[in-house]
Ligand binder design. Sequence first.
Ligand SMILES: [Zn+2]
Ligand SMILES: [Zn+2]
Length: 134
Amino acid sequence: MLRESALRVTSPRLAVLSAVHENPHADTESIIDVVRGELGAVSAQAVYDVLKALTGAGLVRRIQPQGSVARYETRVGDNHHHVVCRSCGAIADVDCAVGHAPCLTASADHGFSIDEAEVVYWGRCAECHSAQSS
Ligand SMILES: [Zn+2]
Ligand SMILES: [Zn+2]
């Protein structure tokens, strides 16, 4: 993926990209842990910088549900949505509800050039739901 973008391939970039790929919706702290497990000593700032570069290059998508820290994923470009558990913060992907990114066609665009729509479904994940009802 890196090769197709304008970014130079460096080992921190590769490590961060694969950490995000293998841990969809991971927060920065867990990405730092995974990258350190692979490369040894890496500063948190270096990981922040790489995440910023990857996000800027469109290789990584940054999401931040209300009340959550920023989370990252490599599933980019399809404008998919997320369902978030109110209890434990678990996040899962939800495909666009009606075909291909229909939410980008706003009923009124107010003259904006729209390139992203963000829909967050809120509820309780299966685990929290059954913990509560039992
Ligand atoms: Zn939950
Ligand atoms: Zn996602």
